[in-house]
Each structure stands twice: as C-alpha cells, then as structure tokens.
Write a protein that binds this ligand. Sequence first.
Ligand SMILES: *Cc1c(COP(=O)(O)O)cnc(C)c1O
Length: 348
Amino acid sequence: MNSWVQDAIARIAADFQRSADTHLIPLPLPTFARHGIDLYLKDESTHPTGSLKHRLARSLFLYALCNGWLHEGTTVVEASSGSTAVSEAYFARLLGLPFIAVMPRSTSAEKVAQIAFYGGRSHFVEHAGEVYAAAQQLADETGGHYMDQFTYAERATDWRGNNNITQSMFEQMAHERHPVPAWIVVGAGTGGTSATIGRYLRYQRHATQLCVADPEGSVFAAYHAQRDTSLTAPGSRIEGIGRPRVEPSFIPTLVERMEVVSNLESVAAMHALGGLLGRKVGPSTGTNFVAMLRLANEMRAQQTPGSVLSLLCDAGERYEHTYHDAAWVKAQFGDTTPARHHLATLLG
Ligand SMILES: *Cc1c(COP(=O)(O)O)cnc(C)c1O
C-alpha cells in the first residue's frame, strides 16, 4: 500500500481514538413512565462536526481509502443536503484533500459557513434532485472522486458491530428497566443509519422493531409500501431526511414500519422537545419525536411497557434563521397552532 494511504488511515484511526461516545438521554415524560414506557434519545449532536453524519463521513473516507479511490491531492466531491458535507469537509481537512460540496441552494447558511470553516467549497443547484449529476460532473472535471453517500452509506458502515451506533445504544441501555427497546425510530436521508440498525438488530436476534419516520414529500414511505424503485416525490422540507428519489442505501426489508410526519408536526415537536431538554434541536429530531410519541401512545393503549429509542440528529443552532424563526416557519409551512395542539394530545 502507498504510504500516503497508510498515513491517511492512521490519521482517521487516531482521530477516532481521541473521540468519545455520544450520550443516551432519557426523556423526562412522567405520563409515559407511569405506564412503564421510557423514551430515550442518543445525542448525535455532540460529535465534533455536530451531527450523526460524523459517523458516516468517517466510514465513507475509510471505505474509499481501502478501495484505493483516494490518493494524495484527490479532490473529494459530495452531493449533500448539508450535514454530510460538513462532516466530510472535516475529514478532507484532516487528510489535506480539497473538498467540494454540491447542495441545494436552500441549505442553511450555518452549514455552508461550517463547510467553509473546514476549508471546503460549496456548489449550489436549484433542486435537491440535481445534486447527483452535478457532483459527478464536478468530480469528472477535477479528476476527483464523487463520494456518493446515497449509494455507499449502507455498505461503508460496519453493521455487525465495531462500536456502531446500535451496539453503543444497547451497551448504554444495559442498566435500564427495559434494556432491549421495543422500537428504535430513525429518519432516512441516505437510509444508511436505518440499514445499519436494522441489520444489527437481526444479526443479534433482538426483538426490537425498526420504525422510519418519513417527512411529508419524501418518497421512502411510498417505496416501502410499493417496492417500486422508479417512484419519485416532490422532496422533503425537513433538512437531512426524506428524499425525492429512491436512494440505493435505503433497504426497505429492514424496516418494520414507516410513519409519515407532516412538516408542521415536525416543527411543533422540535420546539416541544427543545422545551423538555432545555436546548434547541434540529427539525429531523422533531420528526423522530412525533413517531416516538405515536408508538408510545400505542404501547400505552395496549398496556405494553417497554422502551423507545431514537436519535437527536443535530442541534438547533444550525437552524436559528429557519426552523427556529417563527416568521420563517409561518411563511414556509403556515400556522403551527393545530399541530401544537395535536402534539399536546400525543404528550398526554
Ligand atoms: C442524514 C441525516 C439523517 C438520516 O440519516 P441517514 O443515515 O442518512 O439516513 C437524519 N437527520 C439529519 C440531521 C441528517 O443529516
């Protein structure tokens, strides 16, 4: 192996060794706890680059290095809705590689600033569906490498273990009253996280079921029902999750259930959760929280105690001028009042 590649892998290993695991936070919800139902969020916002995409970016760089796809000076190009690009810009800087992110113009200014902070460049397209071809073209023009998270996320991640997100969740649940969750809820952007969790659950023969919370406008729920890869949808308005086309990394056979969540519900839940935790979270965490509450209410109605786990995907700071700005929300999605009332019912 070439010594630059060897050194690059060693740098990523050293970076991993310096990192800590993310916390599993119990949600203070006495109305459910009284019925033996406990909710938890694994706080993926505490990674160095602020989201669960830190795990994916590390895996994608290692996969590309081990495949011989990256060399000294290779320009790395990625199609992203922002979070993956932030994390990949971090790893590109760690390895001294140029990085270009291809993103929809609607991507939050905070994410664009973070990519620039890590020395990456941003290239914008008008619609989320245009990112793939534009990224491939930029890679061809620069003689670079198109990382292609939407294809490789599910296979770059170690699903059997190696301290993946699910193994870590189970270890952190060891001393809880319901250590094996009844449900794990996640959103799907690439689908990589749901694929890793679903495979691990089966490999370990756990009884835990996997639910994907899908935002309105995403194609994944219809694809899960119909299994037609040619389906398309208008696209999601919740940054990080939901896609306009069926992504190769989303594996429907691993998912027991899909919950479709409206934009207004996601935003209302994001705010409610912020109040519960004492700090702001991102919108995809709101989407997760809605699906968690629906499942918890079902468990309560069926008098089935158990635990429900999900992810705090990223923090609210990235969305101060969008989802956390009341005027922006009103202009984009309309009045949140009915969704807030509905959420209050779900919260019991
Ligand atoms: C990517 C992303 C997800 C979903 O993860 P995938 O593994 O890509 O399916 C959820 N929330 C946020 C904020 C994300 O960036």
